[in-house]
Structures are given as C-alpha cells and as structure tokens.
Write a protein that binds this ligand. Sequence first.
Ligand code: MRU
Length: 354
Amino acid sequence: MEREFDTVRAVQWRDGRLVLLDQRRLPESTEFVMLDDATATAQAIRDMVVRGAPAIGVTAAYGVVLAARDAYARSGPDWRGSWGSDLETLAAARPTAVNLAWAIARMVRRAEALGEEDPAAALLAEARAIHAEDIAANRRMGELGAALFDKPCGVLTHCNTGSLATGGYGTALGVIRSAYRAGKVTEVFADETRPWLQGARLTAWELTTDGIPVRLLVDGAAAHLMASGQVGWLIVGADRIAANGDVANKIGTYAAAIAARHHGVRVMVVAPSTTVDPATPDGASIPIEQRDPGEVLAWGGHRVAPPGVAAWNPAFDVTPAALIDALVTERGVVRAPDRERMRAVFPAGAPGVD
Ligand code: MRU
C-alpha cells in the first residue's frame, strides 16, 4: 500500500469524553488530557493543550456536546435555557482563529433544530461530522496544493499546520505530505517559530513520527534560506482570512512572506473554508491575540531577559493578500487573491459561509 505519512490524531472522542493530545508536553512526552465539561475544554484551548485554528474548531464542537450534556442533566427539556454561559466561555477561549466561532455557530444551529429530548447523540453526530469534514477538506487541499508544484523543490513552512493543528492530515503540512508522497518535495525546512516553538517542538515531531525528514532553522534564518535558492515555495496555514484575502497567521508569517516575494519564492496559504471570514473586511479588522510576555522573556522555563524588562508578544500577524501567490481551500485555489476573486469562491451569505 502507498504510504500515507499520516498517523497522528490530536483530538478524539472516546467513551463519552473529549481526549486531547497535550501539545504543551511534546516532544518530551506523549500525554493525553481527558475532558468532561465545556469549562475545562475552554481552559485547554486557552492553555494550548490543543492549538491550530481547525483543531480549535473541532475541539469547540465537542465542547458544545459536553455543554449540552451538562445542561440536559441540570434542566431536562429546558436544557437550552441553561447552556448559554458555557457557550460564551468556549467562544471567548482564543480570539483570532475564526474556526472557533464558526464551529460553535454550526453546533447551535443544529441544536435549534432539536426538540426537548436529550440532545447529546444528535450533537455528537454533528461534532463528528465537523471533524470528518475537516479531514476531508485537508485531503482535498493536499491534492490541490501539490498540483501547484511545476517541478520538485524544497519547501519552507512556519508554525505547525499538520494533524496536530487540525482534525487530521493538516493544511499546509497536508500539502507538504501530498507533495512529498508525489515526489515533488525535495526537502522540508521548518521555522522553529518563536516563542512557543510550534515548528521545533510540533512540526519536527509530527513529520519525524510520520517518516518525513525535516530540517529546522531559527526564524531569523528564513530570508537567508530563501536567498540560497534551496526553496521554491513558502507554505503556511491561516487562523483567519478576511474578505479581501488578507491572512492572519502565526507571528513571523508576514516577515517570511515579505522575504519570499523579495527572493522570488512563491507563497501558498492553505486553509479550509471554515477559516475564511467574509464578515471581516480586511486584515486590519482581525483581532490579534496578545499572549503572556513570559513566553518571550523565558526559554525552556528559564528566564533569559534581565529583571524589569517588558515584552511585546502578539501571537499572530497579518500577511497582505498582495504577497500571496495562491490561496488553497477545499473549494478551489484562489490565485493572487483579492476581494473580487475571494467573493467569486466565497460569496457572503452562500450556504456554508457565515
Ligand atoms: O497559536 P497557534 O499554535 O494556535 O497558532 C496556529 C497557527 O498559526 C497555524 O499556523 C494556523 O492555525 C494554521 S493551522 C492549520
């Protein structure tokens, strides 16, 4: 059988519990966190037990199942009257990844169609559908993205966009998986992705686990790598894509995209339609999460900056659409995205577009 290069699953539903692979502990240890309620699920998203926009959305969908189960146990047929605060807590867990709000809205729409019976089974089926659709979208994007390679080349990626960041397979890393299988990727380079080190800890672990060789570099080496001619594509994911094609993604993506344009390296953004937010007009309107300065001031649990020094720690930046050569979604590829080309694939108010 052809190798799939895809074995990791970060989000699972097992025996009535939400089970998350604890991404704070990787790569030192493979531990799982078991969750039984929506508050603990929101906390796990905030603490980055699970992270990556699509994985956050899938997790939130299962979190809504837990909220409904508790509400029914408390209030019986009036369960919808008592789950509001759980939904708000889930929705507030992290601000930038729009998949979170999208998944909760879809689960609530499903709940509205139910009667007074126990909602758990119907909502679990909906959450499982969201999960399965995400994996299917990733596989489709893998094919579409791999087809954009006109010749084998090295690729550079940033952050972690693989099975750990999604329902499974991955967005940018899904394209890299598919292109690697097709013999189109000669070498994978991964930025370490300061300060949380998603590249060094997660992408390197995930690719190594699945038998795809990877070379790490510090974020500051990305422009030098591109100048050396070793990569043909910069391939990244997205946390939210605005109506004009601007892309919010892990901090450092913008700098890498500027360097790519300067050196003639093409930029591919890979994200499911659940990451596209037609209600956000442009990148400047995307809320950018600010995280604990301690993530910058310390490394590996040890403080590296002198006492009294402050830090600025935005978790994401915005890459303008003008720097993007191809935006790959499961609905198709938008080349050189702008407002008009985005509208052609994602018309506001179309089915599935919130
Ligand atoms: O802070 P994180 O780790 O949740 O940020 C994740 C990213 O920025 C990813 O690149 C993005 O979500 C795409 S994941 C398929």
